[in-house]
Design a protein around this ligand. Structure first.
Ligand code: C2E
Ligand code: MG
Ligand code: MG
Ligand code: MG
Length: 277
């Protein structure tokens, strides 16, 4: 059976390869056009400091305002971007928009707000990342301490030496770095301790049942203790209820983000929210 399938060229296989090739060719064109036409927009989700009850920053979350398909969330297009190797293009676009926005909010509303930007693995490994960011901060006249980069544990652990170098450089420039989706990847506590990161973001999957599931509560408590023991701040992602919020406050979590505080908002609505606060 094996020998036969090896010798016989499969028509189905060829056709699906061809149509897949066509799909990606079209998709690449569409994504490049969308970048050039400014069809990607940033939504902003507040992060609340539980000690001060003040806004500690916002996370920028990209959306594609597609001319035919409407507003698309990242799950609809990030996998294609990844496959096509366009991560660097998208991350550069988002970084530029974020820096521009920090500058504009300061000019218009005299508010300096920290914006956290998600960085993909490929982009984080780009040796030119630091220079690119420095150029953007300069161009938009933004102090480096208002930019934060969110990376994941796996991105750090795959090439610990190069990641360490990048994080140390970013830190020395005054740029903040946080670990996103903490608990879902692989990390070594020895390295985590050595990394000059500012914040650990506990993944939403641990928060969903934190108020009803004892083992989840135990895990979250340990993560908070661990972060503090390592000298890092800790934020809980995906907070959706007042019970979760109170519990997290009670166990000493430093900050929260989630639908209970606010859903990610388009810029105009976020600015309204800022003015109300
Ligand atoms: P993430 O960085 O972990 O972002 C948090 C995700 O959880 C966001 O989904 C946010 O809308 C959602 N979320 C926030 N609070 C709650 C909550 O209380 N409940 C629930 N159910 N969800 C909540 P989103 O915007 O769809 O983004 C998904 C992922 O896509 C992000 O996960 C991030 O990994 C990636 N992503 C988003 N924007 C960018 C970007 O600009 N560049 C890159 N490279 N990746 C991005
Ligand atoms: Mg994130
Ligand atoms: Mg996350
Ligand atoms: Mg993520």
């Amino acid at each position: 059976f094996e020998a036969e399938s090896h010798n016989k060229p499969s028509v189905e296989f060829d056709e699906s390869m061809q149509s897949q090739g066509r799909y990606y060719l079209l998709m690449e064109k569409e994504i490049r056009n969308a970048l050039a036409a400014d069809e990607f927009v940033l939504y902003f989700q507040p992060q609340l400091n539980l000690l001060t009850n003040r806004l500690e920053g916002v996370e920028a979350l990209v959306r594609w305002q597609h001319p035919e398909k409407g507003l698309l969330t990242p799950d609809k297009f990030l996998p294609d971007i990844e496959k096509l190797g366009l991560n660097s293009e998208l991350d550069g676009y988002v970084l530029n928009k974020a820096c521009q926005t920090i500058g504009e909010w300061y000019e218009r509303y005299h508010r300096r707000i920290v914006i956290a930007v998600n960085i993909t693995a490929v982009e984080f490994q780009d040796p030119e990342l630091v220079d690119k960011i420095q150029a953007l901060l300069f161009e938009h006249n933004v102090p480096s301490s208002f930019l934060e980069l969110e990376i994941t544990e796996n991105m750090v652990m795959t090439d610990i030496n190069s990641a360490m170098g990048t994080i140390v450089t970013l830190q020395s420039m005054g740029i903040k770095v946080s670990i996103d989706d903490f608990g879902t990847g692989y990390s070594s506590l020895v390295y985590l301790r050595k990394l000059p990161i500012d914040k650990i973001k506990i993944d939403r999957s641990f928060i969903t049942e934190v108020a009803s599931n004892d083992s989840d509560l135990t895990i979250v408590k340990s993560m908070v203790e661990l972060s503090h023991g390592l000298g890092k701040r800790v934020l809980a992602e995906g907070v959706e209820t007042v019970e979760q919020l109170n519990l997290l406050r009670h166990i000493g979590c430093d900050a929260v983000q989630g639908y209970f505080i606010k859903k990610p908002l388009p810029e105009d609505e976020f600015v309204q929210y800022l003015k109300r606060r």
